[in-house]
Design a binder for this molecule. Sequence first.
Ligand SMILES: *Cc1c(COP(=O)(O)O)cnc(C)c1O
Length: 359
Amino acid sequence: MSVYNFCAGPASLPRAVLEKAQKEFLDWQGLGVNVMEISHRSSEFIALAEQSERDLRELMNISDDYAVLFMHGGGRGQFAAVPQNLHVANKQAVYINSGIWSDGAFSEAQKFTDAIEINVRDDKNGEFNCLTPELWPLPSDASYIHYCPNETIDGIEIFDTVKHSAPIVADMSSNILSREIDVNQFDLIYAGAQKNIGPSGLAIVIVKKSLLSREGTEKPSIFDYALEAKKESMYNTPPTYSWYLAAEVFKWLKAQGGVAAIEQQNIEKASLLYDFIDNSQFYKNTVARNFRSRMNVPFWLNDESLNKAFLAESKQAGLLALEGHRMVGGMRASIYNAMPIDGIKALVDFMHKFEQEHK
Ligand SMILES: *Cc1c(COP(=O)(O)O)cnc(C)c1O
């Protein structure tokens, strides 16, 4: 039986990447040891690091105006690092609250800078219109504007970009590399690796070099963007095995045809699942169509008393980790880049069968 893992994070990695890692586990590049056992300053590891950055730059079309950093501490580490690096005295940082993760970023930022929050998740009319960046009531000046284009828990994705003279910071932990974006519309993009890149703990930061001269606040050296850029992400020992896996994921993505090709697959995968849910009287998703996440699909059974049975039987069928986040309940299927379309088909088949048996 095929097993499909719908975990929101840490999430499944491409099978081909895991198989390659398995093959190389005891002997990487003929060295007779694992890549995690060698010095990060060895020529072999430095070649890996440089290649991975080149591949990511190619995949996302990142210009030389940006530094690419491989850091510690996952997405939440960046919740602290962003204000520590971008704080400006006597200016406010603006946090757009579109869901649970962006609100979490705001809570952390308040420890390090003067931050205000703008709530755009009020969906009084059930239309989610306030999620449209153009309609956000942004002040004319800010140290930076932070938002989260994909709310992993709420299943909300914001496709339009924010335009403002202040630096735009985006938490792309759960949708980086899932669709084409114009990096030039952002000043800082960060992502915890565990959804679309590799193992948890690693974080990728794509930051405009012009921002590196900001003094910010006192901060731990390992969170200092300017220092990490100067040291090529090797101020201290980087998470080398995670970096290796991320590098393999980038190679895998290139072999898939890059971000444009994976975006088409992601559209197809998400449509298949949302169409099924919309056409059912048994399941529902309440997010307005224009703002539905292609990566995280929360759904609810109309009869919640069947939740336990749904989870037990789906697990039996090899469909893992469908339980919704504890803050919103219901179910959630996370369908990142590594989820093959066959996984969606298997899920829809199961949901159909479950509906027939329980309606
Ligand atoms: C998962 C996630 C995070 C937190 O990532 P960690 O690696 O657990 O720190 C932050 N933001 C978003 C949008 C996420 O999905």
